[in-house]
Design a protein around this ligand. Structure first.
Ligand code: HAM
Length: 415
């Protein structure tokens, strides 16, 4: 074979393109529910648009952009992300004049020259949304809730929502000074990149994945503890609305995003289904970017997600769902229970119920751990006391609910 797809790029072949279409259809209907309309922007833009938006000191700008000179010697960059192009289009076409709040979504290829690995490509596809024009913390909650809904609607339930606030130009310098003071005598232990970050953009140090840097930053002051009154108020409201929506989140004080345009709310959704590249989607507020790119002061918020990562997580979820699951694990304690389990297991199996028990003389606690490891649906606990009284405890491993049952009732429960 003479020609191959370049390292870090991939083809979407006819027997998988339907999955992409189904996923995109589902997304389009969700975007419509929240009143977002599609925008399509060019795949390449002036380099300066990205350096100004994403920030000179970020890994994306420093190391990852595909930048070249065109025939007219203009510096051009293949878009590494979608927000900068959307804001450029918003300004160029005066979209803010047509509606006070502009809500758009997009799909498309993005390009970053990273070291490819599972879930990390050089040409990858994102979907994203941007809502430009409002500071309302209800919008933050709405955007985050939509990202969560997308995960749930495509069946990804193993996710964690991380939330932080990274403040604004009023509170950041106070934190920056504290951080610099704390790290001053630790700089020598940091990686070369973090040494530069310490000088130019200290908050970025939290973004470093290297162990030695994380160790030095372990007790470092975090932005969340230095929010000014208005950022604190905004953040508390976002949390209040998320609580009202009963959305569980982890307040992650060390979450800083890989792009410099963020202010206040920053969030990511991660999934253990993905391995080391575990971020499904990320976003936040960027209240200063429109002005930074030449417009009037206009607050905004958005997020983007990697489609390949969603596909991967959906596939992993399907595989784990398809794995044979034990219906019931009989956990036993004492000789009576041990003897009883022989007949009980046989009876359940004869009723086509997949059943397992302990043959390793483990403690009840260790048996519960084993049941958890095997991801069984229910555990029937035959404790010493209960068995003597003809009773058992039935625990639903998904909900954690437990109830005492009579052993004579078992057939009824499973029939
Ligand atoms: P980001 O965190 O750089 O944010 O990227 C968003 C998502 O794109 C990541 O969570 C990940 O799923 C996916 N992604 C990033 N890099 C790669 C890669 N090399 N290979 C595969 N997937 C990747 C942004 O791009 C912001 N523009 C998000 C945003 C929109 N913030 C506000 N509005």
């Amino acid at each position: 074979m003479k020609h191959k797809a370049l390292y870090g790029t991939h083809d979407i072949l006819p027997d998988e393109s339907f999955k992409w279409q189904n996923f995109e259809d589902k997304l389009r209907s969700i975007f419509a529910l929240y009143n977002y309309k599609e925008i399509r922007t060019p795949i390449f833009e002036e380099t300066e648009l990205f350096t100004r938006s994403i920030g000179q000191d970020t890994d994306i700008v420093q190391k990852e952009m595909y930048t070249f000179l065109d025939q007219g010697k203009r510096s051009i960059t293949l878009r590494p992300e979608g927000t900068a192009g959307v804001v450029r289009a918003y300004l160029e076409h005066n979209l803010g004049k047509k509606a006070p709040l502009v809500k758009v979504y997009y799909f498309g290829s993005m390009f970053r020259q990273e070291r490819p690995q599972k879930g990390r490509l050089r040409e990858f596809h994102q979907f994203g949304i941007e809502a430009i024009g409002s500071t309302d913390s209800r919008l933050d909650a709405e955007v985050i809730e939509m990202a969560v809904k997308i995960c749930e609607d495509v069946g990804i339930t193993d996710y964690r929502l991380h939330l932080n606030s990274i403040g604004c130009p009023i509170c950041r310098p106070v934190h920056r000074d504290k951080l610099l003071e704390f790290m001053r005598d630790k700089v020598g232990e940091l990686c070369d990149d973090c040494k530069t970050r310490f000088m130019r953009n200290p908050l970025r140090m939290f973004d470093c994945k290297k162990k030695e840097c994380a160790e030095q930053l372990r007790d470092a002051p975090v932005m969340l503890d230095f929010l000014c009154y208005h950022c604190r108020f905004h953040h508390d409201n976002v949390k209040r609305y998320l609580d009202g929506l009963e959305l569980a989140y982890i307040e992650d004080k060390r979450l800083v995003r890989g792009l410099d345009y963020y202010t206040r709310t920053a969030f990511e959704i991660k999934s253990a289904l993905l391995g080391s590249q575990d971020t499904l989607c990320g976003g936040g507020r960027y209240d200063l970017l429109v002005q930074e790119l030449g417009g009037q002061s206009t607050p905004a918020i958005g997020f983007a997600a990697g489609i390949e990562r969603f596909m991967l997580a959906m596939e992993m979820k399907k595989q784990s769902d398809e794995q044979q699951k034990t219906d019931v694990f009989i956990a036993i304690e004492g000789d009576d229970a041990r003897a009883l389990s022989v007949k009980l297991s046989r009876d359940l199996r004869h009723k086509n119920i997949i059943c397992e028990t302990d043959y390793m003389y483990r403690s009840l606690k260790a048996q519960m751990r084993e049941a958890d490891r095997q991801k069984v649906k229910k555990v029937l606990i035959l404790g010493e006391e209960e068995t003597r009284k003809g009773k058992a405890v039935l625990r639903d491993m998904q909900t954690g609910e437990q109830k005492e049952i009579n052993l004579s009732e078992i057939e009824r429960i499973w029939l």
